[in-house]
Design a protein around this ligand. Structure first.
Ligand SMILES: [Zn+2]
Ligand SMILES: [Zn+2]
Length: 178
């Protein structure tokens, strides 16, 4: 009981003192409860603050992890795009090679046709039975092939112009003289 309450108590008439004391105890009890609640509240607030700190620290860590993940992801995407580029370049180089190869093949086929007897489809020779022979029209054949052909039909098998064995001219290079 405080001094103020004692002073108050002395001023209260005798018959009301008991009631006053009861009321005073009640007030003290409520005060005590209030103090307890305040302590609890402070404890809770402290706990909450602590939790908030933990939460903030977790958030910071998550943020760092996110950044790292983002970097890894970006690095990965860069790698993928680089590989795609290299692959596209390799494919285009391969296509170019294929095109050149096909052109070469065409040329080669053309050359083979140009240097092949159109009757037997074998290359002609510079000497011997299948040596290079020209008709008056200018078309070229292997000698024995065109001779057999002319013995059956008196015409060039390529352009059908009239031809005879007497027209045959032998073409030779500088190493194989007739
Ligand atoms: Zn031939
Ligand atoms: Zn001809």
């Amino acid at each position: 009981m405080t001094r103020v309450n004692n002073d108050l108590r002395n001023k209260i008439p005798e018959n009301l003192r008991e009631d006053f004391e009861k009321q005073t105890y009640k007030v003290q009890f409520v005060q005590l409860q209030k103090d307890q609640l305040t302590t609890e509240r402070d404890g809770l607030l402290l706990h909450l603050e602590h939790e908030m700190d933990k939460y903030a620290s977790v958030l910071r860590k998550l943020d760092e992890q996110n950044k790292t993940m983002e970097e890894i992801k970006n690095e990965f995407l860069r790698e993928v795009s680089e590989r795609k580029k290299l692959r596209a370049e390799a494919l285009s180089a391969l296509k170019e090679q294929e095109k050149n190869h096909s052109l070469e093949m065409d040329k080669l086929n053309q050359t083979i046709l140009e240097y092949t007897c159109s009757i037997c489809l074998s290359p002609w020779d510079t000497f011997g039975e299948h040596r290079l022979a020209s008709l008056a029209c200018g078309h070229l054949f292997g000698d024995d092939c065109i001779k057999i052909c002319l013995s059956r039909a008196g015409e060039c098998p390529t352009c059908r112009s009239s031809a005879h064995t007497g027209d045959l001219r032998y073409i030779c290079d500088r190493y194989h003289l007739l």
